[in-house]
Design a protein around this ligand. Structure first.
Ligand code: ADP
Ligand code: MG
Length: 244
C-alpha cells in the first residue's frame, strides 16, 4: 500500500490447485494493489511457485478466478496476461547475444525493429548492462546474467512482474546488491511486483505487503512491520522472527 494507487492489479478469488487427488493450494483470496511490491514468503513446498505460476498462466487453476487489472484472465495464455516472469535459473538463449536476448520477446511480438533497438538501449542503460550487449550469456557472470533476465522482462513493459526466487542462485554479496537494484527498479518503474522467496530478509526489505504462506494457505498478510510486530500466530512469529 506504500506505493499503491488504490486500483486493483491482481485479484485471486478462492484459488485452488490439485495435482491428481492431492490439493496443494487450498482456497486463496488475495487482492494486490497497482504499484505494490508484494512478497510471497514461506517454507519450501508451501505453494509459492505454484501460486505464482497460476498467476502467470503457466499452471492451470483447478478452481477459482484470477483477474489482472479488472480483466478475468483465468483462461488466458501467459502472453495475453500483461505479465512478465523472472525465474531462479536465468533461461537465456545461449546462442544469442545479450542484445538479441533482450529484444527477442519484442521481435516475436512483431515490434518495429527501430522500436526494439530503442527499448533495448533504454533497458540496458537502466540495468547498466549496455557494455555487454554483444556478448553471449556464457561470457557473463551470474549477476550479469540475472540482470539480463530482468531486462528481458522489463523490456516488454508488463503491468505485473513475477519473480520466483530470482536471487537464490547468487552468492550472498551479489544477492544483497541485486536486492537493492530490484528495489530501485520498482521505485523507477512503479509496476506491480510479486516476488517469491523463502528468505525472510529479502521479504522484509523489499515488500510493501508480505503474504506468509504455509501448506497452501495464507497465514497472514500485512506490511513487514505488521507481520513482524503483530504476527497472527506462532508459525508467523517463528518464520519471520528467526534468522535462517
Ligand atoms: P514452493 O515454491 O513454496 O517451494 P511449490 O509451489 O513448488 O512450493 O510446491 C507446492 C506443493 O505442490 C509441494 O507439496 C509440491 O510437492 C507440490 N507440487 C508442485 N508441483 C507439482 C507437480 N507438478 N506435481 C505434483 N506435485 C507438485
Ligand atoms: Mg518454489
Amino acid at each position: 500500500m506504500a506505493n499503491g494507487t488504490g486500483n486493483k492489479s491482481v485479484v485471486l478469488s478462492d484459488i485452488r490447485k490439485s495435482y491428481g487427488n492431492l490439493e496443494v493450494i487450498h482456497g486463496i483470496d488475495l487482492t494486490i494493489e497497482e504499484g505494490d511490491f508484494v512478497v510471497f514468503v514461506g517454507p519450501s513446498g508451501c505453494g509459492k511457485s505454484t501460486l505464482l505460476r497460476m498467476i502467470a498462466g503457466l499452471e492451470e487453476v483447478t478452481e477459482g478466478e484470477i483477474a489482472i487489472k479488472g480483466r478475468d484472465v483465468t483462461d488466458l495464455d501467459p502472453s495475453e496476461r500483461g505479465i512478465a516472469m523472472v525465474f531462479q535459473s536465468y533461461a537465456l538463449y545461449p546462442h544469442m547475444s545479450v542484445g538479441e536476448n533482450l529484444g527477442f520477446g519484442l521481435k516475436m511480438a512483431r515490434t518495429d525493429p527501430a522500436d526494439i533497438e530503442r527499448r533495448v538501449a533504454q533497458v540496458s542503460a537502466i540495468l547498466k548492462i549496455d557494455p555487454l550487449l554483444d556478448r553471449r550469456p556464457g561470457q557473463l557472470s551470474g549477476g550479469q546474467r540475472q540482470r539480463v533476465a530482468i531486462g528481458r522482462a522489463i523490456v516488454r513493459k508488463p503491468d505485473v512482474f513475477l519473480f520466483d526466487e530470482p536471487l537464490s542462485n547468487l552468492d550472498a554479496e551479489l544477492r544483497v546488491s541485486m536486492r537493492i537494484e530490484i528495489a530501485r527498479l520498482h521505485r523507477e518503474l512503479g509496476n506491480t511486483m510479486i516476488y517469491v522467496t523463502h528468505d525472510q530478509t529479502e521479504a522484509m526489505t523489499l515488500a510493501d505487503q508480505i503474504v506468509v504462506l504455509r501448506d497452501g494457505r495464507i497465514e497472514q498478510t500485512g506490511s513487514p512491520r505488521e507481520v513482524y510486530e503483530d504476527p497472527a500466530n506462532m508459525f508467523v512469529a517463528g518464520f519471520i522472527g528467526s534468522p535462517r
